[in-house]
Design a protein around this ligand. Structure first.
Ligand code: PMP
Length: 289
């Protein structure tokens, strides 16, 4: 049986899962989304993803025509319909809906809810073991007062431009600075460094997506007795870090071993990073939210 996609309460075979070319999600990137992981049949941090989605909707004045519980049920039903009870990835999308060829979002029809379940592997197993090399890219992260990175919107061009720069530089991931020159985040992940006994990550005011994995890692590290700081990070801080890693729903935790040609410490994934990855993997096996 082929993959089925949820669109507005109905399931369609993958080939027939289509939305209008007049949807403002396509015309203007006007919409929001979440990337969610399902580990061994259990949806990891579902409530947190749903809360962030509704916050994104509020921020762009988009009405989601379902309650949070109804939407959670729709996500679960999509997994069940696809018999996905192992590890999988869920893409939950809400678009502005069908409208005219003008910006006005309020003449659009009801927003469209799309749920795709599939598998995702952003980086090879080898990169998790060896660590990846990153570059700091020229494109800065969106200014918070232009398009706040806290909104997980369908408009990802800022990140895509950065990704192009990182690919052109031959690196696996690009690190974006903010308008003040401080480190913000990766093109699709949050960043952490370890210096001495401290785990440091940029504060939310640095202009970042407030990652659910980021917050989970902060909690995990605190439980492990580490000193966790949300502090402004400079390029220099990254170069001289003892360890560095990226976090995200799709990637979980991946070590960074080189930045702009500088080896991070010995150029091998650090022990604290590997320990946190281990702890994170244990957590994903638990059936708690
Ligand atoms: N930053 C950006 C720009 C992202 O797109 C993502 C998600 N892919 C993240 C950070 C990580 O967020 P989360 O841990 O909630 O997946």
């Amino acid at each position: 049986m082929g993959l089925k996609v949820y669109i507005n309460g109905k399931f369609y075979p993958k080939e027939d899962a289509k939305i209008s070319v007049f949807d403002h999600g396509l015309l203007y990137g006007d919409g929001i989304f979440e990337g969610i992981r399902c580990y061994n049949g259990h949806i990891f941090k579902l409530n947190k993803h749903i809360d962030r989605l509704y916050n994104s909707a509020k921020a762009i004045a988009l009405r989601i025509p379902l309650t949070k519980d109804e939407l959670k049920d729709a996500v679960k039903a999509t997994l069940e319909t696809n018999n996905l009870n192992a590890d999988s990835y869920i893409r939950l999308i809400v678009t502005r809906g069908i409208g005219k060829l003008g910006l006005d979002p309020f003449n659009c029809s009801e927003s469209q809810i799309i749920i795709i379940t599939d598998f995702i592997e952003l980086y090879s197993k080898e990169l998790y073991e060896k660590g990846l090399d990153a570059v700091i890219v020229p494109t800065i992260r969106n200014h918070s007062e232009a398009l706040n990175p806290k909104i997980k919107s369908l408009n990802y061009l800022n990140n895509i431009l950065a990704k192009i720069e990182c690919i052109n530089a031959g690196a696996a991931e690009g690190i974006m600075l903010n308008k003040d020159g401080y480190v913000a985040e990766g093109t699709g992940d949050n960043i952490f460094l370890i210096k001495g006994n401290k785990l440091i990550t940029p504060p939310t005011c640095a202009g970042i997506l407030v990652g659910i994995t980021r917050n989970t890692v902060i909690e995990l590290a605190a439980k492990e007795g580490m000193v966790v700081k949300e502090e402004q990070i400079t390029r220099y801080d990254l170069y001289v870090a003892d360890e560095c890693f990226l976090t995200g729903t799709a990637v979980s935790i991946i070590p960074v071993v080189k930045i702009d040609g500088r080896a991070i410490s010995s150029g091998q994934p650090g022990n604290i990073t590997l320990n946190l990855l281990n702890k994170y993997q244990e957590l994903t096996k638990q059936r708690s939210d």
